[in-house]
Design a binder for this molecule. Structure first.
Ligand SMILES: O=c1ccn([C@H]2C[C@H](O)[C@@H](COP(=O)(O)OP(=O)(O)OP(=O)(O)O)O2)c(=O)[nH]1
Length: 160
């Protein structure tokens, strides 16, 4: 059984979970806009919420829009703080190189995922505890062949 959390909302309509078990509730546009290729537009959703302390809302792209039209969110995941009472807005980016994308009022443009968050208490120390990864980052597990002048390729065709 999925945990539920009560979230006070001011909106023309509440975001809807399309299916049982969906992590994201769809946010819809209150604006009709054209997004030219390579351009970004910030779009209103009409939704304002009061998230409980200890939670954040992540505004994340919709996979179908991304795969079919190249529409993503510039700052994905956009972070809605628990203390934020303003309208949730979505900065859409059209990554397609040639096709504009038209957003109509009521179009589902993004989804809101509620996540529990912890706050860190940062404790300055002289040295960090050892770990298996250590300081390796930014592709440290996957770029050794590329550095040697070759690239590895996965079965899906992506460069590894
Ligand atoms: O995609 C997003 C991301 C954020 N917000 C709202 C909620 C969030 O609580 C507030 C501030 O976001 P963030 O902290 O990411 O922005 P900032 O540029 O760091 O601004 P600030 O100085 O207000 O924190 O803007 C949105 O409506 N949509």
């Amino acid at each position: 059984m999925t945990e539920t959390v009560d979230v006070p909302i001011v909106a023309p309509a509440a975001p809807v979970y399309a299916h049982p078990g969906d992590a994201g509730a769809d946010l819809v546009s209150t604006e009709a806009v054209r997004i030219e290729p390579g351009r970004r537009v910030t779009v209103g959703t009409g939704v304002a919420v009061a998230l409980p302390e200890g939670y954040a809302g992540f505004v994340v792209p919709r996979s179908g829009l991304a795969a079919r039209h190249g529409i993503t969110i510039v700052n994905a995941p956009g972070t809605v703080d628990a203390g934020y009472r303003g309208e949730i807005k979505v900065t859409l980016l059209n990554t397609d190189s040639s096709e504009p994308y038209d957003v109509a009022v009521g179009d589902r443009i993004a989804q809101l995922v509620l996540v529990p968050v912890a706050r860190a208490v940062f404790l300055p120390v002289d040295a960090l505890p050892d770990s298996v990864r250590g300081t390796g980052g930014f592709g440290s597990t996957g770029y050794s062949n590329e550095q040697a002048g070759e690239q590895t390729q996965t079965t899906t065709g992506e460069r590894a």
